[in-house]
Write a protein that binds this ligand. Structure first.
Ligand code: B12
Ligand code: SF4
Ligand code: SF4
Length: 320
């Protein structure tokens, strides 16, 4: 059997060859990851709706398909934003989708394949883990927290998707460490100042997730935006980039934008009417499928409507 150090070397080299980065820690740390979340819950720092909707997703219990879980692999895969173009009242309206929304399954499968190609031949299995990836990434030394509660990896800024996996690959000494904030944040509060909703504050580190635009524009399309959410604050087709845009740690990556699909006036109209994938013409459905946008289609009428109104308001004032 190949020795464990060689396997780990292969893991890091295979990721590096693709521009990815990763870390491995002992799976015994899962209960500590759980504590990192639960302590905030016990102090009633989470909005109850947010906690039920977003954090009950985690599975801290052992994954049944793996009787012996010895390690947790966490991998950061760089991702760009995407620009989606709509045509509305004869104008071209370009809207951004931030990193991590598109091609998520593709990324998760690809990383799993890389891990399996290294670990399976040595008799180890790999299973996707539903655990808090940011905390794992920071605890393992892969990333550091920004004040905005997003994590940062050197050379990638915050523009990457995290993916975590359990394995029965044994690890004795891991790099478990304290939660760390980026040095850059010490003398910076750009994200606090640029977050329009007050989700990031100086009073506490933990995000007020229920104030985050993303929490609201990821909600199913039939749920209206709350009254307090000023329409002028929306800036992406889904998600929000206000706090990542002004971050000095993102200087090199922020303009990494891939071209997404372009929708004609007729297509935009049909999307705004809330037509589902089967009701849309074949060409439109194909574009949505090719850019992995199908899962977001049902959010578009609500999200797009508010952005088109905002854009036209700005144009009529002549400041775009
Ligand atoms: C729930 C969730 C959300 C919720 C809540 C976000 C949040 N901050 O909790 C909502 C819907 C709002 C959301 C929004 C976004 N999300 Co999100 N989300 C998740 C999910 C499913 C869980 C996150 C989580 O664990 N939240 C629980 C809280 C308690 O954890 P935490 O934020 O890490 O909080 C820790 C710190 O506050 C720390 N802490 C407390 N005090 C102190 C003090 C100091 C000094 C320090 C250093 C730390 C510290 O302790 C807390 C617990 O460990 C993950 C996927 C996953 N499986 O992990 C994706 C994930 C975190 N999301 C992601 C992204 C990209 C986003 C958005 C940027 C999307 C966008 N707008 O474009 C925004 C960012 C909003 C923000 N400013 O945080 C990526 C993050 C990638 C990265 N670079 O870090 C993830 C990992 C998805 C992925 N697979 O890549 N998300
Ligand atoms: S904007 Fe400033 S304070 Fe906020 S995460 Fe970036 S460096 Fe840190
Ligand atoms: S994603 Fe937008 S709303 Fe959420 S914390 Fe960042 S700036 Fe604020």
């Amino acid at each position: 059997m190949v020795n464990r150090a060689k396997i780990l070397e292969k893991f890091h080299n295979s990721l590096a060859a693709k521009g990815y980065k990763g870390q491995v820690i002992s799976a015994k740390r899962v209960s500590d990851l759980q504590k990192d979340i639960e302590k905030h819950h016990e102090q009633e720092l989470f909005d109850p709706l947010f906690y039920d909707e977003c954090l009950s997703y985690f599975e801290f219990e052992p994954v049944l398909s793996l009787p012996e879980e010895y390690s947790l692999f966490i991998v950061a895969v760089p991702q760009s934003s995407f620009k989606v173009n709509f045509t509305w009242q004869n104008e071209n309206i370009s809207l951004l989708i931030p990193p991590t929304y598109l091609y998520s399954k593709q990324v998760m499968d690809e990383v799993q394949e890389i891990l399996e190609s290294i670990l399976n031949p040595e008799g180890y299995k790999v299973v996707y883990a539903r655990i808090p990836f940011k905390t794992l990434a920071v605890r393992s030394g892969l990333a550091k927290y920004g004040r905005n509660n997003i994590t940062y990896v050197s050379e990638m800024g915050s523009f990457y998707r995290l993916a975590g996996y359990y394995s029965n690959f044994p690890i004795e000494n891991d790099s478990w460490q304290d939660l760390q904030m980026m040095d850059l944040c010490e003398n910076c509060s750009a994200c606090i100042n640029n977050c329009p909703t007050g989700a990031i504050t100086s009073e506490r580190f933990l995000l007020h997730a229920e104030r985050c635009i993303t929490f609201h524009n990821e909600h199913p399309g039939e749920i209206k935006f709350p009254e307090w959410l000023d329409p002028s604050w929306h800036n992406c087709l889904v998600g929000c980039l206000h706090c990542q845009k002004v971050c000095p740690a993102n200087k090199k990556v922020f303009n990494w934008i891939e071209q997404g699909p372009t929708f004609s006036e007729e297509e935009t109209k049909e999307i705004l009417e809330g037509k589902n994938i089967k009701q849309l013409p074949g060409e439109t459905a194909k574009k949505l499928k090719n850019f992995d946008l199908i899962e977001y289609l049902e959010l578009f009428p609500r999200n797009l409507n508010v952005l088109l109104k905002k854009d036209f308001k700005k144009k009529s004032k002549g400041n775009i």
